[in-house]
Design a protein around this ligand. Structure first.
Ligand code: FAD
Length: 452
């Protein structure tokens, strides 16, 4: 078969390359390091882990990232193989020796007869002769390629920062205090969940935001200006104690059905996934440390027992507006010979990025070999992620204008068909995640069997 070009030898690019090689398709992998450096990588090794050495929980029954590990193993993942070979003790988490891990991945690839490594930056959209390309250049994509991508996709379709507001499981919200309503009852229905703040609680929140422990800013983050729309909430609070009560927390057009008293301020949550199981706290993108976030946000009436699908954050990141730009095989609709993978597609984290590399590799291989392939079902962790990033057409899916990167979690998989076991017994809450995980692995196996 003719070769496929993979740009970027990080988590996604190496995994994509491996899937292609294993399918018998030659690969040319282009990696710009060491000639061109990034602000976070320190070696010239492939699959370098830029920060933590952990792939997070390996518990596939109770943790969605553990489930994604298991699904990747079942698809012959190189990243999972390398992790198993270079693992260090880390309790129920999967952590690795980063140098051995990187070397393992690089050795496996470079000793494959169909593999070519080119140490070069790809600074522009590749030429038309490259008819099957995977772009996996990650959160720190080189400036020239980011520019070129921006030109191709249009100016609102590529972001240089992620600004993530905390995301809460709806089932953990207390509706004896919170209520559904849209401001001035606009729109189709009661789209927002509202949490009332008294003057006293509002002031306490402002103090907490100003005094709370924040994550450090990296040098280069200080220099990159914020878009107004994704300014951290504590930076907004610094502008004045009332900035938030006239901004995202304004109480106008809302009435608390649980009390006759008009709230002083209102915290709003907006639906975050098509299923309506996840809600993000509007305007609460923040650099507060994770521990401080849980403590501060659980003081908000209705959120005392909030469980977070992910906490807020703000990072330098390069990602495209996938719901608008990509089809469900991760191809750029406008130029289908280009496929995107990894963090650029709007997933977040080593594992999720590698997983999207694995899928991009399989899709590209099938295309090259003239085989039919569809994404895995949405009940699997793989399918749920693909659906989340490319599912802009589904009502209630992430709004295209506010698309923000996502970790894998059980909230983006459809609910179980029934909360009862086949024998009629009611499922305990603690049994639901293992049941979802079992359904995922069964459905993934069926998908794999159908491919053979
Ligand atoms: P990368 O792994 O970054 O790979 C992209 C590769 O493309 C790089 O090797 C780069 O050199 C190369 N490249 C870029 N542009 C070009 C070009 N034009 N031509 C050729 N090659 C190019 N995730 C976690 O799970 N845990 C963490 O602790 C964590 N910490 C992070 C800290 C920082 C500072 C950053 C920026 C990210 C962090 N992440 C973390 C996210 C993590 O980096 C990604 O999830 C993951 O590495 C993304 O994989 P990727 O393959 O998409 O990109």
């Amino acid at each position: 078969a003719k070769e496929v070009h993979v740009i970027g030898g990080g988590m996604a690019g190496t995994e994509a390359a491996w899937q292609l090689l294993e399918a018998g398709v030659p690969v040319v992998l282009h990696e710009m390091r060491p000639a061109v450096k990034t602000d976070a990588h320190v070696t010239d090794g492939l699959a370098e882990l830029v920060c933590s050495n952990s792939f997070r929980s390996d518990d596939f029954e109770n943790n969605a990232v553990g489930l994604l590990h298991e699904e990747m193993r079942r698809c012959g993942s190189l990243v999972m193989e390398a992790a198993a070979a270079t693992k260090v003790p880390a309790g129920s988490a999967l952590a690795v020796d980063r140098e051995q891990f990187s070397r393992y991945v690089e050795d496996k690839l470079t000793s494959h007869p169909l593999f070519t490594l080119k140490r070069e930056e790809i600074p522009a959209i590749p030429p038309a002769e490259w008819d099957n390309v995977i772009i996996a250049t990650g959160p720190l994509t080189s400036a020239r390629l980011a520019e070129a991508t921006l030109e191709l996709t249009g100016k609102d379709s590529l972001a240089f920062f992620d600004a993530i507001a905390p995301i809460v499981y709806k089932e953990s919200i207390d509706f004896s205090k919170a209520w559904f309503q849209s401001r001035y009852d606009k729109g189709e229905g009661a789209d927002y969940i509202n949490c009332p703040l008294s003057e006293e609680l509002y002031n306490e929140l402002i103090d907490d935001l100003l005094d709370g422990d924040k994550a450090d800013y990296k040098e280069w983050e200080k220099d990159t200006p914020y878009f107004e729309g994704c300014m951290p909430i504590e930076v907004m609070a610094e502008r004045g104690r009332q900035t938030l009560s006239f901004g995202p927390l304004k109480p106008v057009g809302l009435r608390n059905p649980h009390s006759d008293e008009q709230p002083y301020a209102v915290v709003q949550l907006r639906q975050d996934n098509a299923l309506g199981t996840l809600y993000n706290i509007v305007g609460f993108q923040t650099k507060l440390k994770y521990g401080a976030q849980k403590e501060v946000f659980r003081k908000i009436p209705g959120l005392e027992k909030a469980e977070f699908a992910r906490l807020g954050g703000l990072h330098r990141n390069t990602f495209i507006n996938s719901p608008e730009l990509l089809d469900n095989q991760l191809r750029l609709k406008k130029m289908p010979r280009l496929r995107f993978a990894g963090q650029m597609t709007g997933v977040e984290g080593y594992v999720e990025s590698a997983a999207m590399g694995l899928m991009a590799g399989r899709f590209a291989a099938a295309e090259r070999l003239g085989r039919q392939i569809t994404p895995p079902p949405v009940t699997t962790a793989f399918g749920a992620l693909i659906n989340h990033i490319t599912g802009g057409h589904i009502p209630g899916a992430p709004e295209q204008k506010t698309f923000q990167p996502m970790n894998i979690n059980f909230g983006i998989m459809p609910p179980l068909e029934s909360n009862r076991w086949p024998d009629g017994r009611k499922m305990k809450k603690a049994e639901r995640k293992p049941a979802k995980a079992a359904r995922a692995l069964k459905d993934l196996q069926e998908w794999l069997d159908a491919l053979e």
